[in-house]
Write a protein of this length. Structure first.
Length: 78
């Protein structure tokens, strides 16, 4: 959560500085910022998808390990 907040703050500061020192016209700058925003949104979506997949893998592995331990305990009790 802190990382995401830092990224958003960095993005806002970077965009502000870009607007102040931009050698382009306002319209060109708006198009460039919109393009960067779309790219950043896509990267963010990909990062969240990757994180979700990793978390699902962890949950699956833990469930499998728990089932294996349960089976081993049942076998040892027999």
């Amino acid at each position: 959560m802190v990382f995401a907040a830092g990224m958003l703050l960095g993005l806002a500061v970077g965009a502000g500085i870009t607007l102040l020192v931009a050698p382009r016209s306002g319209e060109e700058t708006r198009h460039a910022l919109a393009r960067r925003g779309r790219r950043l949104r896509a990267r963010g979506r990909d990062a969240w998808d990757d994180l979700r997949d990793e978390l699902q893998d962890v949950v699956r592995r833990r469930r499998l390990a728990r089932q294996c331990r349960k089976l081993e305990n049942e076998r040892d009790a027999s």
